[in-house]
Design a protein around this ligand. Sequence first.
Ligand SMILES: [Cu+2]
Length: 124
Amino acid sequence: MKLRTQSLTLSALLVIATSSACSESSESNAATETAARRVEVEVGATGYSPSEIQAQAGTPLTLVFTRTTDDGCGEELVIADQNIRRDLPLNEAVEVTFTPTSAGSLRFSCGMDMYDGAIIVSGP
Ligand SMILES: [Cu+2]
């Protein structure tokens, strides 16, 4: 029984590892689709982690922000270029999805413009 559970767990892990791997496998059907990108960002006492996020123009990007502390000032998230402003309740994952349209750097910050992060968008 224990062995079976372990092998199931292993299978699940393999599935996760496979699906989250970069789409470099030439045999994958996913290569023909535009795979949405999903990045988790922790908002801690000193800012965002990671504070720099890679994205691609034309590919939907979902950022999942979770604020993990009441210290600091991460209660509000602003992505000015996308006209996005969200409250980040403590320990609650907040998803922000948009599709960057052109290459360049998109800045994100806290509501008072103290915390600082960047989304680096490469061309299509
Ligand atoms: Cu702030």
